[in-house]
Structures are given as C-alpha cells and as structure tokens.
Design a protein around this ligand. Sequence first.
Ligand SMILES: Cc1cc2nc3c(=O)[nH]c(=O)nc-3n(C[C@H](O)[C@H](O)[C@H](O)COP(=O)(O)O)c2cc1C
Length: 346
Amino acid sequence: MLKIKDKKLRVPLLLAPMAGLTHSALRTLLLDFGGVGMLSTEMLSARKLPAENPCVSPYLVRTPLESPLSYQLLVTDVEQIAPAIAALHRLSADVVDLNLGCPAPRVRKTGGGSLLMDNPDKVRAIIRTARSLTDLPLTAKIRLGERLDEATLYDFCLMLQEEGIDLLTIHARLRGESFGRKPRWQWVGKVKDRLDIPVVANGGIFSVKDAARCLEQSGADGLMIGRAAPQKPWLFAEIAREIYGVSVDECQINLPWIYGRFALGLARFRPERRLGRLKEFTHYFALNYAFGHHLAMAVQKSSTLCMAWQQAFEFFSRSDAEKLKDVNVEEVETALQGKSVSEAGD
Ligand SMILES: Cc1cc2nc3c(=O)[nH]c(=O)nc-3n(C[C@H](O)[C@H](O)[C@H](O)COP(=O)(O)O)c2cc1C
C-alpha cells in the first residue's frame, strides 16, 4: 500500500496532471472503471488560483466522488504560496503537488515548471513556505533534469525530501526529450535508492505489460499514468487487478459508450468550455480505432459542440454501430446543449 504522509492509497496508481485533460469529466470517467489510487487536477497557476470561482472554474469544478484529489500548483514565486495554499484549504484539497517538471516554453518563460530545477534555492524556499503553511501531504513532480547528471539529480531530490516533500513523482525523461523517446525508468530506481520517501515512476505506460516492465526496471513505489488515461480509461483497473491484485469489477469496454459518458461529464462545464475539452480528449481516445484519425480530425475541425458530437456519432455509426446502440444519444445531446450543472440552480 502506498502512503503519502498519513494518506493511504488503496492502489499505488496515480493519474498524471495534464493541462486540458485531467478535469472533472475525465476523472469521473476513470472512476467508472476503478483502479485509480489518486486523481489529479491539471496544473493550476498559483498566482491566479485564489481568484478562481470553484463553482464555475473549468479547472476547479469537481464532484464529491472525485477523491482523493491532488491539486497541482504551478508556482513561479514564493509570494504566491500562501494565498494558493489558503485557496487549496478552502477547496478541501487532499494533496498539494508542485510542478517542477513542465518543459513547455510558455511555462518556463514565467519562471515555473522545469526551470525551477535550475534554481534549487528558490525551490527550497517554496517548499519550506508551503510546508510551514499546511499539514496536507505535499508532493512534487519532476523530470530527470537538463542532462544526465546523477549528482545534481540526487542533490535536488534529497533537498526536496529534506524540506518536507512527502512523495516524489519522476517523469523519466530529460527536460528536452520528446514523448517519442523511451523513458529511462532505471533512473527512477536510482533516485528511489537514495530517498526514504515514496517515489513514483511516470512516462510511457500504456499497457499492463508496460506497467510490469516499468516496475521491474524502477522498483518504484507506484505508477503515474498520463496520456493512457484519456485513451484507455480502463487501464488503471487492469493494472490494479493484474499487477497489484486489487479487486476491481470487470467492465465491458464499449468505446462509443465511453465517449458518450465523457461527453455527459462535460455538462458540468460552462458551454463555451466544452468543445475544447472534447477536442483534447478525442485526440487521445481516437487512437483506439485503426481509422481514428478520421474521428480526431472531424471533431478537431468542428466549430460547435453540436457539430463535433454529430461527427463523432457518424464515425461510430460507421465503425462501431453495434456498440453505439448502448449509448443514450438523446441524453448526451440534451446534456451537451444544457446549462452547466452549477449554473442550472442559479
Ligand atoms: C496534454 C498534456 C498536458 C500535460 N500537462 C501537465 C501538467 O499540467 N502538469 C504536469 O506536471 N505535467 C503535465 N504533463 C505531463 C504528464 O503529467 C506526464 O508527465 C507525461 O505525459 C508522461 O506520462 P505519460 O507517458 O503517461 O503520458 C502533460 C502532458 C500532456 C500530454
């Protein structure tokens, strides 16, 4: 069992934070299948978070079922920490995660994400401040660094532990390495050997076999799964059952039904936020079909939600007609056209 401070996770399988993807609709879809030990938000700007309205913010909308939920902060300055932690307390966050690994240029330009790994003193100050302000489990997510340099990496990770990080997730790639490159899972093991806190491996897990191989090579205390979550939301359940021996009910994999279920979850967002989220999800989900690029392109080109759903419906009618019968199309269409759940009561 994986323990983060005093929080015990039933399964050591974590959802990776992913901008535009790990929101309420995906999280509840994952819960339909089970096997997820901890959910995550996408990265949240620590600067903007205190002013967000949790009832309508597309980043913060959440149902009570979505628990335990880790909130990932993108911090660029120590001064942002106190108001951000206070906001996370109001939101009843289960865990606070610090983004120290994002290599996106627009994030690095602000001084956050992986750029922070170049500035250990600033990271130390950020963690020290956060640790003094919250008893919540505090976690961090990193990449392996700028280049393969054991000493720098160990020093940085030991500093994280020393300052009170309770769990470290390592995306096993260097800052500049693309997703096309094989993740360096052994490097997660090297770091784990030097730390006392749990270390979770992330990167390139798309099947039970990948999960087994990653564990074998890293000896990690848990696994974090990103892109496979929107592609195969049932994967957590499979890994939980087959690798961790956790009892999770078997579910039928009906792709049109899963797509409809995700679309239903989008009704929690304001109408103008739904199409973008459907497009992001479809990009990964479409990989389940040999001709999925037709689905992805048709949804991508749609200028309205109604058009996107119609395109998806037509794709499923051609490629998966038998399974489409299980989808309550009217229910999905009504939900997608309606007000958001939070607005409906206004
Ligand atoms: C679309 C997208 C958005 C991402 N956003 C974040 C983010 O907000 N915070 C973060 O720490 N990592 C982010 N990541 C990186 C993932 O959390 C994860 O480390 C990476 O995808 C490797 O895991 P995977 O191979 O299982 O996808 C993002 C990745 C993708 C593909």
